[in-house]
Design a protein around this ligand. Structure first.
Ligand code: 13P
Ligand code: SF4
Length: 304
């Protein structure tokens, strides 16, 4: 902490002077998560919070699609991201014309798009979803066939939860979660009996099936906080365990984890620079933002 303290103090001071609020995803490093964030959460919580902030400036500590969502919901506010290049393999996997192709293949089927996408892709979709409400959103669609984009594994995991729907999916995946295999989990359980294994739904379905619980990043935190297992393996990004381990000394966090190279582009130094220079500002074309807002707002309204 000693090496982070000067940055944390400088950011918190400048944040007040700028009238800014810091919205941080659960994958941020502990120094950001505990030191400078005003709000922490999963994608849905951050999107909902973005509709409630009073401050004129939002600093999004997360990846670009999250900052875009905040801007879509707050066109009049200044939304900053400390590193414009903080992308996401899912967001990069699909374009608006890809959505049009899927619509042509499955005429009349609603398009449920994961928030891990660009504003243009959201604008081409009917409704968004996150990992915490995907099954609920799909179940609420007034159609037997539902198109889910772009995460094929999230779609397959939702298909197991909503068997009454025929779900067709796009071929995207998260580079962090697709690396896990069911064999890794089974081997780990053999070596460490009693370990509670908790997987994010961006993992392949056989990985989710081999786990004890699957949920969004906040769902995972809530589960571990509630259950307090003696040993827990979080099958997700590495900062998750680091961020909650101090508050849960009775839980031994074990097993390998994977780092998201995009999330890790957000650092204290870049947050300070961002507040200092009031950059990099996120812009979304007005017409695109208007359409994308409909898809995001429908999701928020359906998940309340
Ligand atoms: P959550 O909505 O569960 O926080 O997931 C976001 C994400 O990018 C996970 O990889
Ligand atoms: Fe995208 Fe995966 Fe990183 Fe989440 S963990 S931001 S889904 S690449």
């Amino acid at each position: 902490w000693a090496i982070h303290a000067p940055y944390v103090a400088a950011i918190n001071k400048l944040k007040k002077e700028r009238g800014a609020v810091i919205l941080a995803h659960n994958y941020m490093t502990p120094a950001i998560y505990h030191g400078v964030a005003d709000v922490v959460g999963d994608s849905l919580q951050l999107a909902i919070k973005a509709t409630e902030v009073q401050e004129d400036v939002i600093v999004q500590c997360g990846v670009h699609f999250m900052a875009e969502t905040s801007k879509i919901l707050n066109p009049e506010k200044t939304v900053l991201i400390p590193d414009m290049d903080a992308g996401c393999s899912l967001a990069e996997s699909i374009t608006a014309p890809d959505i049009a192709k899927m619509r042509a293949q499955y005429p009349g089927a609603p398009v449920v798009t994961y928030v891990n996408t660009t504003a243009e892709v959201k604008a081409a979709s009917d409704i968004c979803c996150t990992s915490s409400n995907a099954a609920q959103i799909v179940a609420a669609q007034d159609s037997d066939t539902v198109i889910m984009t772009p995460d094929k594994y999230l779609a397959q995991n939702v298909a197991a939860m909503v068997p009454e729907k025929k779900i067709v999916w796009y071929d995207g995946a998260c580079i962090v979660h697709e690396q896990y295999t069911a064999k890794d989990l089974d081997d780990f359980r053999d070596w460490n009996p009693g370990t509670r294994i908790i997987a994010h739904p961006e993992c392949p379905p056989d990985v989710v099936a081999a786990s004890d619980f699957s949920g969004s990043t906040s769902g995972i935190i809530d589960y571990v906080t509630r259950e307090k297992p003696e040993k827990a393996m979080l099958v997700t990004e590495c900062s998750m365990a680091s961020n909650i381990s101090d508050a849960l000394p009775e839980v031994d966090f074990v097993g390998p984890c994977n780092m998201c190279p995009y999330m890790k582009m957000i650092t204290l130094e870049k947050i300070l620079w961002s507040l200092h220079t009031m950059s990099a500002e996120v812009h979304v074309d007005t017409a695109v933002a208007q359409k994308a807002r409909v898809a995001v707002q429908r999701m928020i309204d359906t998940s309340r």
